[in-house]
Design a binder for this molecule. Structure first.
Ligand code: NAP
Length: 250
C-alpha cells in the first residue's frame, strides 16, 4: 500500500470494530503509527494485534468518547506514546432506539447525543491544539446519510449526525487557515456489528433503499476516510462526503 502516512501519528475512536477497525488498519498500512481507541478493550486489543501482525505500529488507549476528560486523556496519552498527533478520525458511535419521538426515552436520547455528537466536540477540542503543535493535520468526523436526511424512528441519531456536520463546518472555518483540514464522511448502511440488532427483514428493506442493491462494506468507507486524511486532499476542508450507494440520490 502507498505510504501516505509515513512518520505520522493517527488516532481513531471506536477503532475496535466495524468502520473504525477498517480505518485503523488502512492508516497503519499507509505507514502511520496508530492509536486504536475504544471503550471495549478486548476489541481494541484484537485490532492492535492485527496491525502488528501485518508489521504495523499501534497502541490501544481506552476512551469513552462521551466523557470530555477521557477525550483529553486520549490525546495526552497519544502525545506521551508517540510525541505528536497528525490525524484523527472521530468515529465511535451507537445506534440508539428505534422509536418515534413521543416514545423515545430521554435517557437514550441523551446517551446517543453524548456518544455520537458531544464526542466530536470533545475530540476536536483536544485534538486541534495537539495538531497545531505538530504543524497541522487532518480530522475526519464520521457522520452518516442520516446527517443529511431524516428518517423515522431515529431522532437522536439523526440529530447527532446532522450536528456532526455543523461541528465539522465550524471547525473548518476556525482552523483551516492554521493548517488543519476538517471533513465529515456520511456512510449509507454498512455491514458492521452496529446493524446486528436488525432482523433479516429489516436489513432486506434497507438494501432496497440503496440503488446499488446492497449494503456497503467498512473498507469502502475507510478508503474515503484515508483519502481525506492524506495530503492528496490538500484543498479539501469543511465538506461532508457521501459513501452511500446512491441512498440519498433518490
Ligand atoms: P460498530 O461496529 O458498532 O463499532 C463501533 C465501536 O465503537 C465499537 O467497538 C463500540 O464498542 C465502540 N463504542 C461504543 N460506544 C463507545 C464510546 N462511548 N466510546 C468509545 N467507543 C465506543 O459500529 P460501526 O458501524 O463501525 O459505526 C462506526 C461509526 O460509523 C459510528 O459513528 C456510526 O454511527 C457510523 N455509521 C455507521 C453506519 C452503519 O450502517 N454501520 C452507517 C453510517 C454511519 P462496543 O462494541 O463495545 O459497543
Amino acid at each position: 500500500m502507498e505510504q501516505l502516512f509515513k512518520g505520522k501519528v493517527a488516532l481513531v475512536t471506536g477503532a475496535g470494530s466495524g468502520i473504525g477497525e477498517a480505518i485503523a488498519m488502512l492508516y497503519a498500512g499507509g505507514g502511520a503509527k496508530v492509536i486504536v481507541s475504544d471503550v471495549n478493550e478486548a476489541h481494541g486489543a484484537k485490532v492492535v494485534a492485527a496491525i502488528k501482525d501485518k508489521g504495523g505500529e499501534a497502541a490501544f488507549v481506552k476512551c469513552d468518547v462521551s466523557i470530555a476528560d477521557e477525550c483529553k486523556q486520549l490525546v495526552d496519552k497519544t502525545l506521551e506514546l508517540y510525541g505528536r498527533l497528525d490525524i484523527a478520525c472521530n468515529n465511535a458511535g451507537i445506534g440508539g432506539e428505534s422509536k418515534p419521538i413521543a416514545e423515545y426515552s430521554v435517557e437514550m436520547y441523551n446517551k446517543v447525543i453524548g456518544i455520537n455528537l458531544n464526542s466530536v466536540f470533545y475530540g476536536m477540542k483536544y485534538q486541534l491544539p495537539a495538531m497545531l503543535k505538530s504543524g497541522g493535520g487532518a480530522i475526519v468526523n464520521i457522520s452518516s446519510i442520516l446527517g443529511v436526511v431524516g428518517t423515522a424512528n431515529a431522532a437522536a441519531y439523526v440529530a447527532a449526525k446532522h450536528g456532526v456536520i455543523g461541528l465539522t463546518e465550524t471547525a473548518a472555518a476556525e482552523y483551516s487557515a492554521q493548517g488543519v483540514r476538517i471533513n465529515a464522511v456520511c456512510p449509507g448502511y454498512i455491514n458492521t456489528p452496529l446493524l446486528d440488532m436488525m432482523d433479516a427483514k429489516t436489513k432486506a428493506a434497507l438494501i432496497g433503499l440503496h440503488p446499488m442493491g446492497r449494503l456497503g462494506n467498512a473498507s469502502e468507507v475507510a478508503e474515503l476516510v484515508i483519502w481525506l486524511s492524506s495530503d492528496k486532499a490538500s484543498f479539501v476542508t469543511g465538506g461532508h462526503y457521501l459513501v452511500d450507494g446512491a441512498y440519498t440520490a433518490v
